[in-house]
Design a protein. Structure first.
Ligand code: ATP
Ligand code: MG
Ligand code: FE
Length: 347
């Protein structure tokens, strides 16, 4: 089965074609980062309009790359939530309409299920059951995964998401927008032992997270170092290193706790922050000591992309699931309301 996947939940337009027999055939991505940079955050109306401009050219591009025509496809999958309503509507309307035109089924994909399954696109994918750490711009969640659609939420952030915390800390350090990757880069040149940032909530039992205190701590440290002047580059790098270390340490502690609690040996990390090298390395080291393994997607498939939507959609279409003709999006959509592949548990 060949499935076209469309992602338009936020500020990336992603399109891909996944073939259940041959794997990923083609993918293309357009990032709107430059469009929103002046505003220091995503402007929803500008995002929707840009998806309208970019979606069809990207679809033509992936069809050409895969040397296929629309009529060669067996289904269309689009992100239906969670995300920005207007942005989601663009992908959902286009996806639903094209599927109708081609006479093939359409499927509404949950964006976080897309992230969660992205490591399945790599060689040597994880086997169920596993623990998933979803760490993105809008989510920080630990999930027990027993199969596609069989998700049990074990813990989540009570305030900011990990990626959001990275972006806000980066902004305080004048590292641009969105600053997660730049903060990670600055951290590489920093002295990680100079400051010790708090590890929020690690001394309490449970698997929830909180990152807002870390944000305040970062702000105060920046203010102390800067005084009345500008922040020196060494200070900036040292703060970045201490911030990253605190996040990586906190995430690692909770992942180990979740693996132990559920008696599992496989961990999947997904979402933008799973691209972070320090996090990957730390988890690899720590999991090796308990004979457990960590799985993640290639860098480009950690952040938003069409491939993960095509893959997730393909699995559900293969199981016979599909949507009616109505175009529906769910800007808020709890992941544990998803049906499994047998159709059980949907809400
Ligand atoms: P969600 O998936 O929750 O709806 P989103 O789609 O905006 O949110 P993603 O695209 O998965 O989020 O990830 C983007 C986030 O990942 C940003 O906050 C970005 O700063 C962060 N990020 C990307 N690369 C890195 C990195 N190397 N280190 C730390 N953070 C990173
Ligand atoms: Mg983005
Ligand atoms: Fe995302």
């Amino acid at each position: 089965m060949r499935v076209l996947g469309l992602e338009s939940s936020c500020d990336e337009t992603g399109v891909a074609i996944y073939d259940s027999e041959r794997g990923l055939l083609a993918d293309a991505l357009y990032s709107q980062v430059a469009l929103h940079a002046d505003y220091g955050g995503v402007v929803p109306e500008l995002a929707s309009r840009d998806h309208v401009r970019k979606l069809l050219p990207l679809i033509r591009e992936v069809l050409a790359k895969a040397q296929l025509q629309g009529s060669d496809l067996d289904g269309v999958a689009y992100t239906a939530g969670p995300g920005l309503a207007g942005a989601l509507m663009v992908g959902a309307c286009a996806g639903r309409a094209m599927a109708y035109g081609w006479g093939v089924p359409a499927l509404a994909v949950h964006h976080m299920e897309g992230h969660l399954l992205a490591p399945m696109l790599e060689g040597n994918p994880p086997e169920f059951p596993f623990i998933a750490l979803l760490v993105s711009g809008g989510h920080t969640q630990l999930v027990r995964v027993d199969g596609i659609g069989q998700y049990r939420m074990l813990g989540e952030s009570l305030d900011d998401a990990a990626g959001e915390a990275f972006d806000k800390a980066a902004k305080m350090l004048n590292l641009g927008y969105p600053g997660g990757p730049q903060l990670a880069l600055a951290a590489e040149s920093g002295d990680v032992s100079r400051f010790t940032f708090p590890r929020p909530m690690v001394n309490r039992p449970g698997l929830d997270f909180s990152f807002s205190g870390l944000k305040t701590y970062t702000m105060n440290t920046v203010a102390e170092c800067r005084g009345d002047g500008v922040l020196a580059e060494t200070d900036r790098n040292d703060i970045a290193a201490a911030f990253q270390e605190a996040v990586v340490d906190t995430l690692t502690i909770k992942c180990l706790r979740a693996l132990k609690q559920e008696q599992l040996k496989s961990l999947v990390i997904a979402g933008g922050v799973s691209a972070n090298r320090a996090l990957r390395t730390r988890l690899e080291q720590r999991l090796a000591t308990i004979s457990a393994r960590v799985f993640y997607a290639r860098q480009a498939f950690c952040t938003d992309n069409g491939a993960m939507i095509a893959y997730a959609g393909c699995q559900r279409l293969l199981a016979g699931q599909s949507e009616g003709l109505a175009v529906q999006v769910r800007p808020r959509w709890p992941m544990d309301e998803l049906a499994d592949l047998q159709g059980n548990g949907g809400a």
